[in-house]
Design a protein around this ligand. Structure first.
Ligand code: CA
Length: 417
């Protein structure tokens, strides 16, 4: 971690993209070629241009790795290289005589850039690792006295999701249609979902592949994580309720899932490591771990109706996660299941203890019983047409701030056919 924050680029004090961050993403501008960039303040540094000034010469990187549609090839260079690229950029940004000040400039205003899906996600797994979320859902749909199922404190429960419908922030989605069982009826109808929900999650991107048959353990698993993004796991609760028995969610979840465009590296997050909640039931040896394995990442969800100001409807924190990422990966690979660079793992909905920290409308409105009041006077139990859901996340400690920017998605009305 660098001890001071002086750069020749002006960086607003409350910027998510401080000198301590340097997240990676894929962007384009008037030149529509997609390139690899890093975010700093209100700018992007085009690494394909920065490369021309020789700053990465010692790393023996092929320039083409910065002119790709996705970060996968860059990530595949390994942390030994990618962490050095980040440090070189930090040094150049603090060097008043940096070659990056030369013309042509590698600096592009974020306002003038289009951000793209940062990673080609081949496989996506979603965990269910917040004890508060699992408990709330159990109370609503099963037995309030036995809300957690017997396996929950022994297994980091998860399911394989659908990677093809993961979209980047800014892409609008349509209200999905599907099979719904109307209350009191015994046969389903085909209709637009009336219970569209978000799930406040974080995703992490796998940075190193494993061979089929190889197990990770809680000591080495974190070396296989490149970085993290904000993740909105859109859900259609009425479709989910009818379809999920016995194999879990299917079409209620795979119509869209949104991620933030900048991948914040584990190196940047290291400074914000904290202890997680106590795991009060002994776990099997392969899930035991040592040290602080959670991260203090403040999260919030805002809901913005069309042409109105936004209302913050939830404030949560990634540190509430019961199961940590090292345990999730040790579990995911314990049967020999292999991981690929660019795979994404979702945390599961991140709810805290207090009702204002719940990470979904299902919990915030308690399945529709407690409508949420918005600033403009509207109320919501689920998401309405033309609402935009915005998630943000940041870390702050000792005046050092890093953040994820946002993942913002607008829900358009269902298509007419
Ligand atoms: Ca989820």
């Amino acid at each position: 971690m660098i001890s001071h924050n002086t750069s020749w680029i002006p960086i607003p004090e409350d910027s998510d993209f401080s000198i301590y961050n340097i997240p990676f993403g894929i962007f384009s501008d008037s030149d529509t070629t997609k390139r690899v960039g890093v975010a700093i303040g209100e700018f992007i540094i085009d690494l394909s241009v920065a490369y021309e000034y020789g700053i990465f010469d010692d790393l023996n990187i092929d320039k083409s790795v910065f002119k790709r549609d996705y970060l996968n090839d860059f990530i595949s260079l390994g942390k030994r290289v990618t962490s050095k690229v980040r440090i070189i950029i930090q040094k150049e940004l603090m060097n008043a005589n940096s070659v990056l000040k030369n013309y042509p400039t590698p600096l592009i205003s974020q306002e003038n850039a289009i951000m793209h899906l940062p990673v080609y996600i081949r496989d996506y797994t979603d965990f269910y690792s917040s004890i508060e979320h699992a408990t709330n859902v159990g109370k609503m749909f099963r037995d309030p006295a036995n809300a957690l199922l017997p396996n929950w404190k022994h297994i980091p429960v998860g399911y394989h999701g659908r990677a093809s419908s993961i979209i980047v922030s800014g892409v609008d989605i349509h209200r999905p249609k599907g099979q719904v069982l109307p209350p009191g009826k015994s046969t389903p109808i085909y209709t637009a979902s009336s219970r569209i929900d978000f799930e406040l999650e974080m995703g992490y991107i796998i940075g190193k592949e494993t061979e089929l048959g190889k197990k990770l353990n809680t000591k080495n698993a974190e070396n296989y994580i490149f970085g993290k993004v904000l993740f909105n796991d859109w859900s259609a609760r009425d479709i989910q309720k009818w379809e999920y028995i016995p194999l879990g969610p299917f079409l209620a979840k795979n119509f869209a899932s949104s991620i933030s465009p900048w991948v914040v590296t584990m190196e940047a997050l290291e400074y914000f490591r904290v202890e997680g909640p106590e795991q009060d039931v002994p776990v099997l040896p392969y899930l035991e771990f040592e040290g602080a394995r959670n991260y203090d990442i403040k999260l919030e969800v805002a809901l913005q109706p069309k042409a109105e100001e936004e209302t913050i409807i939830s404030k949560s924190n990634f540190k509430y996660m019961y199961w940590n990422m090292a345990q999730q990966l040790a579990h995911h690979t314990m049967n020999g299941c292999n991981l690929n660079v660019g795979d994404m793992m979702g945390s599961g909905t991140i709810s805290g203890k207090s009702p204002d920290s719940y990470g979904s409308m299902l919990e915030l409105s308690w399945a529709g019983e407690k409508p949420i009041k918005l600033k403009g006077g509207d109320i919501r139990t689920f998401i309405n047409d033309n609402d935009t859901v915005i998630m943000r996340g940041y870390c702050i400690k000792d005046n050092k701030r890093i953040g994820f920017g946002e993942v913002s998605t607008k829900l358009l009305p269902a298509k007419s056919r």
